[in-house]
Design a binder for this molecule. Structure first.
Ligand code: GLN
Length: 492
């Protein structure tokens, strides 16, 4: 069962080869064995999962086949789940039990999914390595050849990505504010897509940076992502930025092929610090697309070089405002003080970890009187130019292909001394958030250390279909079948 893709499991359920209960029990068993090592889940919900599985089996017996009927999934612990603790990876929300369900997770339940539990993440989704979670780091199921040091799964959706890579779930929800779907997918050898800003409702997702946050799936294959995104997407009157547009058939788009498509290669994504293996993988990916009938063209995105710097102004600015609500009065854990101000200070000092505090301080600084124009306003202007770069190139090309991240996964402890080194991870992913365009990471191969490397496909706003077509073409050519050492059904 652990070798099944989501699409394969769905076919097996429909044919009655096994029940959702069989599938759910198998995954719960695997979680029991491997989660103590990987720490991919903060909360496991076996009773809830078995209840969902029972109603899925009843639906299947009645011949009702929803998009995800009976499919066990992990939910990033940033999505509010009714009656199930939702921590955002933070001590400050350690005891928060939402009285409502996020729109995205409600959509998955409507379509028959089974929830196995809540996946670990960087605190408030701030990070690229899952080191900042108040519930301990996630360990990647991958290791370097001949080296057993624990590696990071990437972040912030590291629990989601590790769970899928280790075969503890058939898919998982994730969110991407600056790369948190695509970078962990790349590190863990799986697929993930951040759709266009507005495609999925943000209602009920703990907010990090509201103008950048977007939900999306991680799963084993491009088609599995298409099936999940189909369910997660759609207009929601409860999110004023959600797009009132029809949701296309994403799975059908995976079968379109790339013949006649023009694929752009942005020259600014070439960096001297990038390992040569990543450059080689990139060239290989472009060759695969050319062989399948696509035309490869060089393009320029001149403002890309400001992407990282402006992201690390805009994202903390919005975070500092969003996180003001955790004051010990309503949602959060409380640490008392002599008066109200002291209660706020004590609560926030005890409840937030150091990366979150750093972001709040940067954000408060760039928004403060006297600095607002120099930093925040300037960053917003450059953000408009980054979007204009993409608008211009998408007049002549249908999609862009780049590496997802400037390196493969690194070991726990590496790059931890200097926050700027950690921020550099996001150099290829943040432009898609700054401009709102869709982006996917597809595993393309292994590096010399035996670690997965992903390629990123970027597309026009609300044209996820072309992104799926290109992603599927890379997947077909790459034939990526490598498995991590630590996985369910494969021994450790
Ligand atoms: N690594 C980036 C950050 O720390 C992106 C995080 C995300 O996409 N949630 O801000």
């Amino acid at each position: 069962m652990f070798d099944l893709t989501l699409a394969g499991a769905r076919a097996g359920l429909r044919k009655g080869e096994f029940s959702s209960r069989d599938l759910t029990e198998a995954f719960l068993g695997a979680i029991e064995t491997l989660n103590p090592v990987l720490n991919a889940f903060i909360t496991v919900t076996p009773e809830l999962a078995l209840r969902h599985a029972a109603s899925a089996d009843a639906a299947l017996a009645r011949g009702e086949h929803g998009l995800l009927t009976g499919i066990p999934l992990a939910i990033k612990d940033l999505f509010c789940t009714q009656g199930v603790r939702t921590t955002a990876g933070s001590k400050i929300l350690e005891h928060f039990i939402p009285p409502y369900e996020s729109t995205v997770s409600a959509n998955l339940l409507r379509d028959g999914a089974v929830f196995l539990g809540k996946a670990n993440l960087d605190e408030f989704a701030m990070g690229s390595s899952n080191i900042t979670s108040a519930f301990g780091p996630v360990v990647s199921p991958w290791t370097r050849n001949g080296d057993n040091r624990p590696l990071v799964p990437g972040g912030s959706s590291g629990g989601s990505a590790a769970a899928v890579a280790a075969r503890l779930a058939l898919g998982a929800t994730a969110t991407d504010t600056g790369g948190s779907i695509r970078q962990p997918a790349s590190f863990c050898g799986i697929t993930g897509i951040k759709p266009t800003y507005g495609r999925c409702s943000r209602w009920g997702i703990v907010a990090f940076a509201s103008s950048l946050d977007q939900a999306g799936p991680v799963a084993r294959t491009v088609e599995d992502c298409a099936i999940m995104l189909q369910s997660m997407s759609g207009f929601d009157p409860k999110d004023s930025t959600s797009a009132d547009l029809p949701v296309p058939d994403f799975a059908a788009a995976c079968r379109r092929g790339v013949k006649g498509l023009r694929i752009g290669v942005p020259r600014e994504y070439r960096s001297d610090d990038m390992p040569p293996e990543i450059e080689t993988m990139w060239q290989q990916g472009l060759a695969w697309l050319r062989e399948q009938g696509a035309e490869i063209v060089d393009v320029s995105l001149p403002h890309t070089k400001y992407g990282l710097a402006t992201y690390y102004i805009v994202a903390p600015a919005e975070a500092s405002s969003n996180l003001a609500r955790y004051d010990g009065v309503r949602f959060s854990s409380r640490t008392d003080g002599a008066d109200l101000n002291e209660l706020y200070e004590n609560t926030r000092a005890a409840g937030f970890g150091s990366e979150v505090k750093r972001r709040i301080m940067i954000g408060t600084y760039v928004l403060s009187a006297g600095y607002y124009d120099a930093y925040y306003l300037r960053a917003q202007k450059i953000r408009a130019l980054i979007l204009k770069d993409f608008t211009d190139v998408f007049r002549t090309v249908d999609a862009l292909v780049t590496p997802t991240a400037p390196s493969a996964a690194f070991a726990q402890g590496e790059r931890m001394d200097d926050p700027l080194k950690m921020y550099f991870n996001d150099v290829f992913t943040v432009p898609a958030n700054m401009s709102g365009i869709p982006g996917m990471s597809v595993p393309a191969g292994l590096d010399a250390q035996g670690l997965p490397l992903g390629l990123q496909v970027l597309g026009r706003p609300f044209d996820e279909e072309t992104v799926f077509a290109v992603g599927a073409a890379i997947e077909r050519a790459a034939g990526f079948t490598a498995l991590p050492g630590m996985r369910a059904g494969g021994g450790a």
